[in-house]
Every structure is written in C-alpha cells, then in structure tokens.
Ligand binder design. Sequence first.
Ligand code: NAP
Ligand code: MG
Length: 402
Amino acid sequence: MNKIKMITPLVEMDGDEMTRIMWQFIKDELLLPFVDLKTEYYDLGLAHRDETNDQVTIDAAEATKKYGVAVKCATITPNAARVKEYNLKEMWKSPNGTIRAILDGTVFRAPILVKGIKPSVRTWTKPICIARHAYGDIYKNTEMYIDKPGKTELVFTGDDGTETRSLIHSFDGPGVIMGMHNVDKSIESFARACFNYALDQKMDLWFATKDTISKTYDHHFKDVFQEIFNAEYQSSFEKAGIEYFYTLIDDAVARVIRSEGGFVWACKNYDGDVMSDMVATAFGSLAMMTSVLVSPEGYYEYEAAHGTVQRHYYRHLEGKPTSSNSIATIFAWTGALRKRAQLDGLQELVDFADKLEGASKRTIEEGVMTGDLVALSELDHKRSVNTLELLQEIRKRLEQEL
Ligand code: NAP
Ligand code: MG
C-alpha cells in the first residue's frame, strides 16, 4: 500500500508519562503504517525540558508560528514533588502557559460523542465547544480584607499625573474588596480567535457576560465583540450560514441546557473555568475531550484535554496492564493532520483523518473500550481492553475503511 503523502511538517511536541507511552503506540499502530508522516519533533518530556533549561518549549512554540500547525502530548507541570522526582534544576513553568504566552491564543474544548455514552443532559445531541478567555479578571486580581470602618476607592493615576477616583464602599464594619482588570488587546484577540474558530468549524458562536450589572467592565467585552464582528466577520458568517449570538450569562446557561448543542460558547475567564468543567462532566469523560489552542494569527495547536495519567504510568512501569484511553490523543493527531491537509490541499490526508476518527468511535460503539468508558457506556455488550489492545482494535477497523 502506498503511504499518504504530506507536504509541510507538523510540529510534534512529545510529552510525559502515560501519554508519552500512548503517543508512541498511536504513531506505531495508527499513523506510521498509513501516512508518510512528516513532523518536526520537539521533546517536551520533563527531562529534556530540564536539560535545555526549557528552551525546547520556546523552540516548539516558535516552530508552531513558522509552520502553523502543531500537535502536543500532555506534559507535566512541575510542582515541588516533581522537582524532587526528576531532580530538576528549577521548577519550570507550565509548557502550556509558555506556549500560550508566545502564540497568544484561546483554548477551545469540545467533547467527542459516541453512541452508548449519553450526556447527562438529554437534549444534547451535538457537541458544545467551550472557548475560554485565558487572561485577566479574577485570575490576576488584588484582594484586601478590611478589618475596620473606613472608605475604599478605585484610583487610576494616569502617566500624565491625572487622577480618577471612584468610591467602592464606605465600610462601617469588616468586609472584603477586590480589584481586577483586563486589556483591550487581549479581549480583541479572544474575540477574533472565537470568530475564526466558529467559521472554521461552521458552528454558531454564542457569547455571554453580565453586562446588565457590570455596565462598564462586562459591557466592554460585549462592545468589543460586537464591533469586531460588524467590522470584520459579519459577511463571512452570512456566507457560512452561521450566526453570532450575544445574550446575558444567566440566559445563556438556561438556553445551553435546553439546546441540542452544536455551537461554540465563548466564556469570560471565570465563566469558562466553571462551565468547561460542567460541560465536560455532563458529556461524560475527560478522556473524551479534545482541546485546541487557536491564535489570532491562525496558528493551531491540538492536544487532549487530560493530563499525563500519572497513576497509570506507575502501573505501566511495574509491568502491569493499564486502561488508559487514548481517544482524545488520537483526535489531537487527527485534528492536526486534517488542518495541515486543508492548508496544503491534501484531500487524501483529510479523508484519512476522518476515517481514523470514524474507526476510533466505531470501536467504542461496537462495545470495545477502556475501563473508564465501560463504567459509563450503556451498551449491552461491552468489553474492557487495555491501552494497547484498544489501539489494535481501532487499527483493525481503520484498515477495513482504507
Ligand atoms: P490527569 O492526568 O488528567 O488524570 C486524572 C485522572 O483522570 C487519572 O488518574 C485517571 O483516573 C483519569 N484519566 C485522565 N485521562 C485519562 C485517560 N486518557 N484514560 C483513562 N483515565 C484517564 O490529571 P492529573 O493526574 O491531575 O495530572 C497528572 C499530570 O498531568 C500532572 O503532572 C499535571 O501537571 C499534568 N497535566 C498536564 C496537562 C496538559 O499537558 N495539557 C493537563 C492537565 C494535567 P484513574 O486514575 O481513576 O483511572
Ligand atoms: Mg476549572
């Protein structure tokens, strides 16, 4: 069989622990036999990040800017325990944080739906994709506990020496205050990333804030989105037959629950933090959740939403069978290959990505799945397989389809 050709390499970022093991399994079983795989490889495994003083993470992000499409394995974000475990020179920062800072993107998360695993919300038949703004608000706040009566104010001191003051509250007893901020540059790039992603996926875009109460702060988010939409996206949305829809956050929550899914839900930072956990849990499992970072310039970085599945890795090291589910990591690869193929005009590679996703879903829908899904699936006939067996079962079905 002739292998499917590629033109431009994908940026491949390898990672840690059980997902690193699955990474190689996926390449060996599902990619290398069928695709003449072209990648520029960066080893983001913790040992190599430490060796290179984390330069490899920066190089990988820069390569993503050069080539446009990357696929990333889950990586350890070091804490004190990891510094000890890996004898690190430093507590290196989160690779995802470093990459996000360089690409300046928005993260989109979407569930992979399969028959037999029903969302807790009965009406949801299509995926809901959450786009979370990842800068500012309460995540970069300043807080104060007030322990005696007194006056609290917001003060802005301009570089030109002018001062603007606004009363927060006159306390007659103890209480709390908080100051937070956002910047137009970040709100604007968030808006563009959302509009571009909705166009790319041909899905409606919903955005919601609490602008009726927060008449300056939240209202500004609403205005920025609307201005950018009107000026830059309206006609492409009409052409694509999709809609941009703004509503109040509480109205959005009610509509999301009543909806059938099938849209991108753009959320402010806190809303996205909370709602993505709710949506992911209601759809079933973290191991069935894909994640893609989209930059305002149109660079894409695909990954699974879960971490390195540390507990399974220690079992693997003891030589025991593991039940790690590689579906989200497979979909990171197919997402990246499809995007690369579309950019390079390679229909055969687009078809391959579709077929690999189809074979992965069919495997689970035919009752073959890892332990995490056996617990969720409502199929009558289901059987539990280990990490490698799942990939071999997917390969069997992929070969039938090719
Ligand atoms: P995790 O790796 O997502 O795993 C949490 C638990 O979820 C696992 O112990 C497992 O449950 C279940 N799980 C997650 N993915 C699974 C899969 N593919 N198949 C089967 N079960 C799965 O999160 P964590 O244990 O909190 O974090 C481990 C490491 O990952 C940390 O060092 C963290 O820094 C890193 N991390 C990286 C990323 C990223 O690179 N994007 C994201 C999050 C975390 P059971 O053990 O009960 O089977
Ligand atoms: Mg959270």
